[in-house]
Design a binder for this molecule. Structure first.
Ligand code: BJW
Length: 235
């Protein structure tokens, strides 16, 4: 009865055409995160921040899940059928895991296709452009909507549920993440503290690779389906 905790990062969506952050030519090579992904940046220049996320929302809506997303959806079903389970935690704000068929996805850095009102706190689906003038559907105020994502300096979502799931798991797998953003980068140490086996799947070993019991290198679209096949074969 295996219970897996899988943490995904931008690398799992790279083959769907969504950029990673810290690879050469990645999002943070082109844009300054301090001007786009902090609450202070949004307060100083909401139009600039909206333009950045509007562009990424458009890109997401024209992207499709890849074989890695599909394999992780099968993993959840396959483990459940064997009496086990999968906690799928993603740092990604895209919805490609859901579109590939994953029913339960923990979005610790929020979701691009949702907005949040800084006035009344209402969260709502958001597939269109957000502008400073866009009014909140709940309270009617304009100028208070922001993307429902977690910026630097903000608290990631559902850390208690993550801690519980890590404590219950018997294998921790990090896929396509550089392991440079905390607290997610520290999950491998938490897992080790619980005595759980750890595995990294990445294009190349991350800076954190030495922390893992096992590292598998390759593009997620190939390495993840191979890993899932092994898990469901019981090897
Ligand atoms: C492939 C591939 C292919 C490529 N196949 N692989 C210590 C403890 C706690 C906090 C901190 C700390 N030290 C510093 C902090 C503060 C800060 C932080 O971590 N800063 C670092 C830069 C040092 N963290 C925060 O502010 C967080 N909040 C917080 O700490 O709250 C207080 C707190 C304290 C204590 C405990 C708990 C909480 C919030 C972080 C929010 C991050 N937000 C972003 C933007 C979200 C919205 C958006 O998308 O615009 O999240 S930043 C960006 O980085 C995004 C990502 O989710 C995140 C991680 O990036 P990821 O996914 O790892 O992408 P890359 O590009 O870095 O790596 C991609 C990998 O894929 C590479 O390894 C490639 O090789 C690989 N790859 N192609 C397989 N085809």
């Amino acid at each position: 009865m295996r219970r897996l905790f899988v943490l995904t990062g931008a690398g799992v969506s790279a083959e769907s055409g969504l950029g990673t952050f810290r690879d050469p030519g990645g999002i943070w090579a082109k844009f300054d995160p301090m001007k786009l992904a902090t609450p202070e940046a949004f307060a100083a220049d909401p139009d600039r921040v909206h333009a950045f996320y509007n562009l990424r929302r458009r890109n997401l809506l024209s992207a499709a899940p890849n074989a890695a997303h599909g394999a992780l959806a099968s993993l959840a079903t396959g483990l459940a059928a064997r009496g086990g389970g999968l906690f799928l935690c993603t740092q990604n704000i895209d919805d490609l895991h859901e579109r590939a068929g994953s029913a339960q996805v923990h979005h610790m850095h929020g979701e691009l296709l949702r907005s949040r009102c800084l006035g009344c706190g209402a969260r709502a689906p958001c597939r269109d452009e957000l502008k400073t003038a866009t009014a909140c559907g709940a309270c009617g105020r304009a100028g208070r909507l922001r993307p429902d994502v977690v910026w630097f300096g903000e608290m990631p979502l559902g850390l208690e549920a993550i801690e519980t799931a890590l404590a219950e798991a018997d294998l921790f797998v990090a896929i396509g993440t550089s392991g440079s953003v905390y607290p997610a980068a520290g999950f491998v140490e938490t897992a080790r503290g619980f005595g759980i086996r750890t595995c990294e799947i990445n294009l190349a070993p991350s800076d954190n690779a030495a922390m893992f019991d096992e590292c598998r290198c390759g593009p997620a679209g190939e390495a993840v389906p191979a890993f899932v096949a092994e898990m469901l074969d019981g090897r």
